[in-house]
Design a protein around this ligand. Structure first.
Ligand SMILES: Cc1cc2nc3c(=O)[nH]c(=O)nc-3n(C[C@H](O)[C@H](O)[C@H](O)COP(=O)(O)OP(=O)(O)OC[C@H]3O[C@@H](n4cnc5c(N)ncnc54)[C@H](O)[C@@H]3O)c2cc1C
Length: 150
């Protein structure tokens, strides 16, 4: 029986300057730690620019969305060094087939020219994508994560 996904929580950790009572300034603030905000903050921080990421929530995405990750998205994740876990865990496919009853009514190929590095699409749940991005972002030295706005 497969285990249901357990949403991790990422407790708010006050930045050091707040504890010291000082006012700090960060070069870039990204608001919203969904897939886009996390990717953007990680990209900027990996270029050595001090970045703070703010989110109102302390866990990963709830609900069913972002099931299909396209090749282009995977290429961006790979440039940031986070592509491999998604390709390994997700369901990889190129060709889609639609059936009406027993009859195939439509078929399409999202990657007619095969790329040995990438599939056309990977199916993976958004909560897992966000969890991996949060863990990688937390390890980025130029990025401060504030996943709960106090
Ligand atoms: C039903 C459905 C199916 C989809 N399927 C696909 C798909 O197959 N493939 C695909 O690529 N895309 C899909 N999408 C689109 C995809 O979900 C979005 O493009 C993606 O989630 C956008 O990411 P985001 O980071 O911009 O926003 P979100 O994922 O919405 O994240 C926003 C973040 O901002 C935070 N936030 C909001 N307000 C504040 C605030 N005031 N202060 C601080 N933080 C705040 C939230 O807590 C959240 O973490 C689908 C969407 C839906 C609804």
């Amino acid at each position: 029986m497969p285990q249901a996904y357990v949403h991790p929580t990422f407790p708010f950790t006050p930045p050091a300057e707040l504890a010291a009572g000082a006012v700090g300034r960060t070069t870039v603030a990204v608001v919203g730690g969904g897939p886009v905000g996390l990717t953007l903050a990680l990209d900027i921080a990996q270029r050595g620019v001090e970045t703070v990421l703010l989110d109102e929530d302390d866990t990963t995405s709830h609900g069913s969305r972002l099931i299909c990750m396209s090749k282009r998205t995977l290429e961006i994740f790979d440039r940031l060094g986070v592509g491999a876990p998604f390709r390994e865990k997700g369901v990889v496919w190129n060709r889609g087939r639609l059936f009406f009853g027993e009859n195939e009514v439509y078929a399409f190929d999202l990657l007619p020219e095969r790329d040995p590095a990438w599939p056309g699409v990977v199916n993976i749940q958004p909560s897992y994508v966000e969890e991996v991005l949060v863990l990688v972002a937390a390890a980025a030295s130029a990025l401060i994560l504030e996943l709960t706005v106090p």
